[in-house]
Design a protein around this ligand. Structure first.
Ligand code: DOR
Length: 448
């Protein structure tokens, strides 16, 4: 049995929650952060396992606010176990799981079931997001208080927009007194119609049915107005247009409690990938044009974007092939994210990046973490700035489809610690100074 104790030696510790960025040792005792100092001596922690992290970046555990774990119902695409294995291999100590499972996470026992599966997997922490409407059908309201009591941290019908504004407004009024925010998937049905990609010069050239930016922006505007009207805390998922960001800014200026996220794929790829990627480039909202990519990057740099989110949407291999109109949407994101963000935002100060991936996410979802302050649970991500080539066959996720396939990215996760347990270790990359059994019932995710 381990006592979940460890010394992390000599990494660059970046913790925006306490304004810390310096070379430090970190002492973990009993699964909690015990000390951070220039040098921690062995006497402080006899027998604790030591990791040599010179040259590495040590951060509060990264939290992904938007993943799809597909369980229950679509375990051929992903399970809580494989999704959390992918999470820790990507450097995430926690993920928030969307409710578009089959059946949807719209009842307390389903929330408890996901939490139980996450505990059994023993890898990343999982924070379930419950549905806004029963079955995500956009008609009947879900039982919000019971869902929060069962462990839900937010509400969303993600994958679908709540089309009926009256239903959504009523939902927000019912849930108003709960901390848990509403998270909007923004695509207006009549404008989107059967659109398979972004409307623009590329869709016109290829003759592919398309969906305009307006389809997204009109719902962002509507939902932020409903947020203001009901005084509900509101978050916009996978925002993909510059005007969408302007709407979030406008809402904040009115005193509306509004936040938003952007994804790695919307920060990097434009609709031009459709020329070569066809079905493999399909995602909702669709990949946009170059001006939108520039606007999103500026939005991150200028602080309009609150958090970064992968929208990890794993699918089985067969689901992503075939005709464009029949293919499923979404990419596997957890195992490329830290590299993709560094690639998209090379000049973003590290402390800002860590805030967007950890501290701000903990605040958004009102969950523990996002800090390495003394006494907090030892959820720690260890990253390294080094080039690597994305090889989806090495993913722990069952979903292997990513537009980043074959690309060289400049940063990667090398070790992930959850509650003082080393749950991921890119073997051979993190030299052990002493060895001790530290897994405490958890299994290492293996090599990559
Ligand atoms: O591309 C997407 N895929 N966007 C979503 O909002 C849902 C997701 C999925 O569940 O596959």
């Amino acid at each position: 049995m381990s006592d979940r104790s460890m010394i992390l030696r000599g990494g660059r510790v970046v913790d925006p929650s306490q304004g810390l960025e310096a070379l430090r040792d970190v002492l973990i005792l009993g699964g909690r952060i015990a000390r951070i100092a220039e040098q921690i001596t062995d006497a402080d922690a006899k027998g604790a396992q030591e990791l040599d992290l010179r040259g590495a970046i040590v951060t509060p555990g990264l939290i992904d606010p938007h993943v799809h774990l597909r369980e229950p119902g679509q375990t051929h695409k992903e399970t809580v176990a494989t999704g959390t294995a992918a999470a820790v291999a990507g450097g995430f100590t926690a993920v928030a799981a969307m409710p578009n499972t089959e059946p949807a996470l719209d009842a307390p026992e389903r929330i408890r079931d996901v939490l139980e599966r996450a505990r059994a997997a023993g890898l990343a922490r999982v924070y379930p997001i419950a549905a806004i409407t029963a079955g995500r059908l956009g008609k009947e309201l879900a039982p919000y208080s019971l869902l929060v009591r069962a462990g839900a941290v937010a509400f969303s019908d993600d994958g679908a927009t709540v089309d009926d504004a009256r239903v959504l407004r009523r939902a927000a009024l019912y849930a108003r007194d709960l901390e848990a925010p509403f998270i909007s998937h923004c695509e207006e049905a009549t404008l989107r119609a059967g659109g398979l990609m972004n409307e623009g010069e590329v869709s016109a050239r290829l003759g592919i049915d398309s969906s305009p930016r307006l389809a997204e922006e009109i719902i962002i505007a509507r939902d932020l107005l409903i947020a203001g009207d009901t005084r509900k805390r509101w978050h916009i998922a996978h925002l993909s247009t510059g005007r969408g960001l302007e709407l979030v800014k406008w809402a904040r200026a009115q005193g509306i409690s509004a936040s938003c996220e952007v994804t790695p794929h919307h920060l990097v790829f434009s609709d031009r990938v459709f020329a070569g990627f066809t079905a493999r480039g399909r995602v909702c909202p669709p990949l946009r044009g170059d001006e939108e990519i520039a606007a999103l990057r500026a939005g991150v740099r200028e602080g309009v974007v609150d958090v970064l989110a992968t929208d990890h949407a794993p699918h089985a291999a067969g689901d992503k092939s075939g005709p464009l109109s029949e293919t499923v949407v979404g990419f596997s994101g957890l195992e490329v994210a830290v590299g993709a963000y560094a690639y998209a935002l090379p000049d973003l100060p590290l402390a800002r990046m860590v805030a967007l991936l950890s501290t701000n996410v903990a605040r958004l979802l009102n969950v523990p973490g996002g800090t390495l302050t003394i006494g907090s649970p030892a959820d720690v991500s260890v990253l390294r700035d080094e080039s690597w080539v994305v090889d989806p066959t090495a993913f722990r996720s069952k979903g292997r489809s990513t537009p980043f396939e074959g690309m060289t990215l400049p940063r990667r996760a090398v070790a992930t610690i959850v509650g003082g347990n080393l749950v991921y270790d890119a073997r051979g990359r993190v030299p052990r100074i002493t060895s001790a059994a530290i897994h405490d019932g958890l299994t290492t995710a293996g090599t990559r």
